[in-house]
Design a protein around this ligand. Structure first.
Ligand SMILES: Nc1ncnc2c1ncn2[C@@H]1O[C@H](COP(=O)(O)OP(=O)(O)OP(=O)(O)O)[C@@H](O)[C@H]1O
Ligand SMILES: [Mg+2]
Length: 479
């Protein structure tokens, strides 16, 4: 019954509307209908003009200034918008009522962000208000409102401060990537085709790295000084880059240290395989396609480039060549040369970007051309050596959660006389079938050390032979 009533009312309203429309069509002649429509349209336009005019009057007399930061500027993404978004998101979480949570890295905890449309901020005594406004087409804009009095502080330093803070928070939370170079056969016109990447989630850290604690501290201080050195490098007029040469026998933690460096600084890794590169010009292309805040790694540098090749005429010429000249030269050479590599470290690389670390690793430092590793190119030479007792203690803590044990004394004196790589010690300490057998593992290690000691006494030092063999390149930083 109720349903019938509603349907009846709806039907009669539709009928009256139709009747009104039909009468309007019949009664008014065509020219009158057009005139009415035009009158209605111009009234609407006048109203919006009045509104705009009144807005302008209010703005003129208002003591407040508004600066807009749109998400897109002429179809291009506005990075300032993203930095502001991150800055505001991270601001005063404790006071926020709405919080957005996300996990950007599996190994790291949740990232909490303030999720409110309006945020008040105070900078050097100036109050500012941020508001995010969404237009009808979905485009978003951050609006910054402040009193005229604060104009100098806001435009002079506050906006710069917000950008820098936002970018550094973004950098801390970003997901790291491990890049490897594609063979040049697979390159197309896009820069993206030069490198392929996967997410980098290696668990290595300086805390778990087994090495001399004083040396470790030195390296950490050096990395810190580098990553905070933007102003310093600018002041002394040098490109913001640093080179590390890691050398030592197989399995002593060179690749592990690179992973720990990347984790510590939150940098991407570019694992440059020189043997997949045809010539120096390809090397240059690859390099200019790397991003800032990254570690460029050339593993086993002694195996990757012909270091015995004469640098000849090009010896002193470390400048960047013009494309044509370089092209002709490259046709005559099929591989990356030492001089190409030196060009890369000094000339092109310095000019092509900021905040980059380059790491070379080798098992045979004595084979390297002194020009390649002289200070200034490789700023710090780091030796990773056989397992000392100090390094063993770090491994025992990592693998067995052990600070001391009756067998430690015996292990200490055996380590003094035996050369064993941390990788081999780690293997002995690793829990068998996931069962922690502290005594069994330590006894295994003692036996293995005794065997090695005897072997090394009888046969001399044969460590030059690879113990662990090379892992597949892509897996170096994965396990
Ligand atoms: N100093 C170390 N501290 C902690 N773990 C280590 C250390 N050295 C080696 N390991 C362990 O041994 C494994 C192999 O080490 P890594 O690949 O870093 O050696 P490498 O020096 O790069 O050897 P290679 O010269 O053969 O490339 C690592 O996965 C790590 O678990
Ligand atoms: Mg290695």
């Amino acid at each position: 019954m109720m349903m019938g009533d509603t349907m009846g009312t709806f039907g009669s309203s539709m009928a009256s509307l139709f009747f009104f429309w039909a009468t309007f069509q019949q009664i008014f002649p065509e020219h009158l209908k057009i005139a009415i429509k035009e009158f209605l349209l111009s009234t609407i336009q006048q109203l919006s003009f009045v509104q705009r005019f009144s807005d302008q009057i209010i703005n003129f007399f208002s003591p407040y200034i508004v600066i807009s930061f749109p998400e897109y500027e002429e179809y291009r993404f506005n990075h300032a918008f993203a930095a502001i978004d991150t800055y505001l998101g991270a601001k005063a979480i404790g006071k926020a009522h709405k919080i957005r949570a996300s996990q950007v890295k599996q190994s790291k905890g949740l990232v909490l962000k303030r999720d409110e449309a309006k945020v008040r901020d105070v900078y050097q005594g100036v109050n500012v208000w941020w508001e995010i406004v969404t237009a009808a087409d979905g485009d978003r804009t951050h609006k910054l409102t402040f009193h005229r009095r604060g104009l100098e502080i806001v435009t002079g330093s506050y906006i710069k401060y917000v950008m820098e803070e936002g970018k550094s928070i973004e950098a801390r939370n970003k997901k790291m990537k491990l890049f490897t170079n594609n063979p040049s056969l697979n390159w197309d016109t896009s820069k993206k085709s030069l490198w392929r990447h996967i997410d980098f989630e290696h668990p290595a850290s300086f805390q778990t790295l087994a090495m001399d604690p004083v040396k470790k501290e030195d390296i950490l201080n050096d990395l810190e000084a580098f990553s905070n050195g933007k102003e310093y490098y600018k002041k002394i007029g040098k490109a913001w880059k640093r080179g590390y040469l890691l050398y030592g026998p197989p399995g002593t933690g060179k690749s592990t240290m690179i992973a720990a460096m990347a984790n510590h600084l939150n940098y991407n890794i570019y694992d440059l395989e020189l043997t997949a590169i045809q010539n120096n010009s390809e090397l240059r292309k690859l390099l200019t396609a790397t991003s800032s805040r990254s570690i460029i790694v050339i593993e086993d540098i002694d195996c990757s480039v012909d270091l015995t090749g004469k640098r000849g005429k090009r010896d002193g010429d470390l400048s960047v060549k013009k494309d044509g000249e370089q092209g002709k030269e490259d046709q005559n050479q099929s591989r990356v040369t030492l001089s190409g590599l030196l060009n890369f470290i000094d000339g092109i690389w310095s000019a092509c970007g900021q905040e980059r670390i380059i790491v070379f690793t080798t098992n045979h430092i004595e084979k390297l051309d002194p020009a390649l590793i002289r200070r200034g190119r490789m700023d710090m030479h780091i030796e990773l050596s056989y397992c000392s007792f100090e390094a063993f203690k770090v491994l025992a803590k990592n693998y067995l959660d052990l600070d001391s044990h009756p067998l430690f004394g015996e292990i200490q004196s055996l380590l003094k006389e035996t050369k064993i790589a941390p990788a081999d010690v780690a293997e002995k300490l690793m829990a068998k079938n996931h069962k922690l057998d502290v005594n069994g593992s330590l006894k295994d290690l003692v036996q293995s050390l005794e065997k090695r000691k005897k072997h090394q006494r009888d046969h001399g030092d044969d460590h030059k032979k690879k113990l662990s063999g090379k892992k597949l390149r892509i897996f170096r930083y994965l396990f």
